[in-house]
Design a protein around this ligand. Structure first.
Ligand code: HEM
Length: 383
């Protein structure tokens, strides 16, 4: 029998303010349909997310992964199907491998230090959100794309992602700003290619042919948008966790090898990408439910990451958790290409704060929302 999650909306302000409050109920109902977005299947359990993400024969991201969509252009390489998706991924995969990302470690560390030094000149309390976490991933991806860093990029990305519901016009303007910036960049970059990601995509060939400019711009758009918010959200969330739990902070200060498992646990526990979707390409029975060709579905990664069928005490933040097979980066053929970069940015960002502000504590209470990364004002322990 088809279960009906009534009118559940994964974009509602109530859910976005505190998604974890809904997760148990959603998992207990299992796969079911909400009346929102023209009838959207909800995929809330760990097992069901795994099944859908791996089933590329029946579920496609090519008709859109976000409800409502962020843009009417495909976000590439994510919103494409094989065999093209396989070719698209090949273009980027070498630049995001663990080895390639290790070469970026010194630049990421230097950027972290520079941002922290600037922040500390401004005097306490230090806003580790606006003055640090929100800036670092932008600085890094600009270097990788070979474009000059502009603080407004972060705002454009936030507007594109978050204001789709509350202010679609502002969101569209922000999205168009990003497309325009890359469209205008292409002639210059074609004339003077470098070692950057824009040149990489411009020079790539599939079946012997270069990609159309529009396709190149769609790649660039997604490379800028994909990583910023999710990464800075996780940096900020983990910093907040460490400010609130001084024992945990002390453990990390004394043993830096614990930063990696802390990053993994932060990815699971805070799951920055709450939901991403697919469309059914066939009529199929999925987890006991009759899903029809063309129907949209959304995988609730955050909900799956708190599934007790996979994780003991899922609501506990536990850096000693092992194994920790979270799905924060998705799974299957579309698993996040930027995961090594994101892990490096989060880990180095935390390490540098522990170096420069050991024992930091909150200067004021902090609101935690999933849809609006507010300030995170801290003082150093000596402060
Ligand atoms: C904490 C940070 C991040 C999280 C939680 C995250 C999460 C995700 C998720 C869940 C997907 C899977 C989409 C799907 O199955 O439909 C994905 C795909 C992707 N991500 Fe990330 N991401 C992060 C950072 C980044 C960064 C820094 C980049 C690099 C610029 C990046 C680039 C991509 C790309 C290119 C894809 C598409 C892969 C494909 O379809 O083959 N991500 N990401």
């Amino acid at each position: 029998m088809t279960k009906v999650h009534a009118d559940f909306d994964h974009n509602s302000p109530e859910f976005r303010a505190d998604p974890v409050a809904y997760y148990k109920h959603l998992r207990e109902e299992g796969v079911g349909k909400t009346s929102r977005y023209g009838g959207l299947w909800l995929v809330p359990t760990y097992e069901a997310v795994q099944a859908m993400a791996h089933d590329t024969a029946n579920f496609s991201p090519a008709r859109g992964t976000m409800f409502p969509p962020m843009t009417d252009r495909p976000m590439l390489p994510m919103e494409s199907d094989p065999p093209l998706h396989t070719e698209y991924r090949k273009i980027l995969v070498g630049r995001f491998s663990p080895k390639a990302i290790r070469e970026w470690f010194p630049a990421i560390r230097q950027s972290s230090r520079d941002l922290l030094k600037d922040l500390m000149i401004s005097g306490e309390p230090y806003d580790l959100s606006y003055g640090y976490a929100k800036l670092l991933p932008t600085v890094v991806i600009c270097k990788m794309l070979g474009i000059e860093f502009k603080a407004e990029f972060q705002q454009w990305v936030e507007d594109s992602v978050y204001r789709r519901i509350s202010d679609p016009q502002a969101a569209n303007e922000a999205t168009e700003n990003i497309y325009r910036m890359f469209t205008e960049l292409l002639p210059e970059r074609r004339a003077h290619p470098g070692d950057d990601l824009v040149s990489l995509v411009l020079n790539a060939r599939i079946g012997g042919k270069h990609l159309d400019d529009e396709v190149v711009v769609n790649f660039c758009f997604f490379l800028l948008v994909a990583g910023l918010d999710n990464t800075n959200f996780t940096i900020r969330a983990l910093l907040l966790q460490l400010a609130l739990d001084q024992n945990l902070q002390k453990r990390l200060i004394e043993d830096r090898s614990l930063i990696d498992p802390a990053v993994e646990e932060a990815l699971r526990y805070f799951s920055p990408v709450i939901a991403l979707g697919r469309h059914a390409v066939n009529d199929i029975e999925f987890q006991g439910c009759p899903v029809h060709k063309g129907e949209p579905a959304v995988m609730l990664f955050g909900c799956a990451n708190r599934d007790p069928q996979e994780f003991d005490e899922p609501d506990k933040f536990d850096i000693d958790r092992f194994p920790n097979r979270h799905v924060a980066f998705g799974v299957g053929p579309h698993r996040c290409l930027g995961s090594n970069l994101a892990r490096a940015e989060i880990g180095i960002a935390i390490d540098e704060v522990l170096n420069m502000l050991p024992g930091f504590t909150l200067a004021e209470e902090v609101e935690t929302r999933w849809d609006d990364i507010g300030p995170l004002k801290v003082i150093s322990s000596a402060g």
